[in-house]
Design a protein around this ligand. Structure first.
Ligand code: CA
Length: 273
């Protein structure tokens, strides 16, 4: 019995040793498996998908286009800005306040009715350049590049809202003018409608003449035209014709190096909106 008991005790001790060994092995495995990830979570936080994308895009642009870091940052800023503009354009599509225009005669009242700075405010804010470029130039360029010139229905006058002109991507001169004036007013710039009676519609913008220099420095923009109106000077803007403010088609104006004037027969009416 004693011998058998001794034997059982040995077996029992051996089993304990094996069990302890297995527990130790399991613990070691646990530590090896989980400790590094615990450490990683504490000290090496994974980067967000956006920043990973940003880093890889930045890196690939630097390599592919041989850009300097400054040039690259500028390009990244442009991409980010374009995304903001796209987002605001998409928001407009789903905005229940986005109203359509109407068949109506051209009148100060109907033009004013169509004006809607509120609906285009967010888009205008996104379009305004984050650098020092004058907002008038940014907004003018945006309308010129995104809205083509399309005539009204034959024999009728259709006055579109700014929202509708943006969504359809087209309109005639007064639709362009209503859109540009609404976007300008929405970011605090005073805009007026300049009507060449029964012929053409432009925007007149009260800004400082300092913008002249900036416009002249833009490639292909030349010397901007200003209209004297009741003691104030209005920068003329026609997005259905020119990419920069201050340009008016030669069919409407005669100009020399120093001065310019409307061609004979055009009666000009300016009204607030
Ligand atoms: Ca129209």
């Amino acid at each position: 019995m004693l011998g058998l008991g001794e034997h059982s005790r040995k077996i029992y001790i051996s089993a304990l040793v094996i069990f302890a060994f297995l527990v130790g092995l399991g613990f070691s495995f646990f530590v090896i498996s989980f400790y590094p990830s615990a450490q990683e979570n504490t000290y090496y936080r994974p980067v967000s998908p956006e920043s990973t994308e940003g880093i890889s895009l930045l890196g690939s642009m630097l390599k592919k286009y041989h850009l300097t870091l400054e040039e690259c940052n500028e390009l990244m800023g442009t991409l980010e800005r374009e995304n903001k503009i796209l987002r605001e354009e998409r928001n407009l599509v789903f905005n229940p306040e986005c109203k359509t225009g109407k068949l109506a005669e051209f009148s100060e009242e109907n033009i004013r009715d169509a004006m809607d700075p509120g609906i285009v405010r967010n888009l205008a804010v996104s379009v305004v350049s984050p650098n020092s470029e004058n907002p008038v130039i940014s907004l003018h360029r945006y309308v010129y590049e995104n809205v083509k010139y399309v005539d009204d229905p034959r024999g009728e006058e259709y006055i579109a809202t700014p929202c509708e002109t943006l969504l359809t991507g087209g309109g005639d001169c007064e639709d362009h003018a209503i859109l540009l004036a609404s976007m300008l007013e929405s970011v605090g710039i005073d805009a007026k409608i300049v009507w060449l009676k029964n012929t053409h519609t432009l925007v007149g913008i009260e800004t400082s003449e300092e913008i002249n220099q900036e416009i002249e420095e833009l490639q292909g923009c030349g010397n901007p035209l200003w209209l004297d109106h009741d003691g104030t000077k209005l920068l003329l803007a026609d997005t259905s014709f020119a990419p920069c403010p201050g340009q008016v088609e030669n069919i409407y104006v005669e100009r020399s190096e120093e001065e310019w004037g409307w061609k004979d027969g055009y009666e000009v009416v300016v009204f607030d909106v």
